[in-house]
Design a protein around this ligand. Sequence first.
Ligand code: ADP
Ligand code: MG
Length: 238
Amino acid sequence: MGRIHLKDVRKDFGEMTVIPPLNLEIDDGEFVVFVGPSGCGKSTLLRLIAGLENTTSGAIEIDGKDATDLPPGKRGLAMVFQSYALYPHLSVAQNIAFPMRMAGLDKAEQARRIDNAARVLNLTDYLDRKPGQLSGGQRQRVAIGRAIVREPSAFLFDEPLSNLDAALRVGMRLEISELHKRLDTTMIYVTHDQVEAMTMADKIVVLNKGRIEQVGSPLELYDNPRNLFVAKFIGSPM
Ligand code: ADP
Ligand code: MG
């Protein structure tokens, strides 16, 4: 599970077309990175997939079913927000439990999933702390934990590491890659950082003004950039 097809998906904001009709197939278990300069439409595309924005036209299929008009909570996806989206007055366990409380899961199931997420994320010893008593990296893990307990078919990340310092960012990149291997679930990861894209992706989608310039593995893009934009952005010799 975690196959996502975008079919002629288009998004206008008023008079402005931010995403001209776009086609993209994401396979089960892939780590896909949307990369491109600021303002090119990465977040908009991710929010369309999440259901946080409605498409102007076109269709979105998730695991073979039409999801174009489904609300975010019914798509089986989980968006990971930056760590500052945590509730400061709630403990780590309560923060992680929050989406399950909303969904009305019973206490035993909540406890099982919190345990599991805490184990995967090395947060077992921190469940009673408040976000203010955690490091930046730990806070980011809590934000990821909140997504894991929903057991989504795909995780959506929008520049999750952009408010961490450089050293921490490198560590968190590795952690997210490890998490992807362990969970074997589709991940879509938005960044404007070429290094992040090249080191984390199975498949990179290079965006420019809402259009896909090229899709391919890091090596394919590096060795065979389709045009100067991709070459410059990926940093390959041309
Ligand atoms: P990125 O994430 O790549 O930086 P965005 O998807 O945030 O780019 O934005 C793409 C374009 O869409 C930008 O020109 C931005 O100003 C515009 N945009 C994004 N959200 C809205 C909105 N809710 N209303 C109007 N314009 C928007
Ligand atoms: Mg963005």
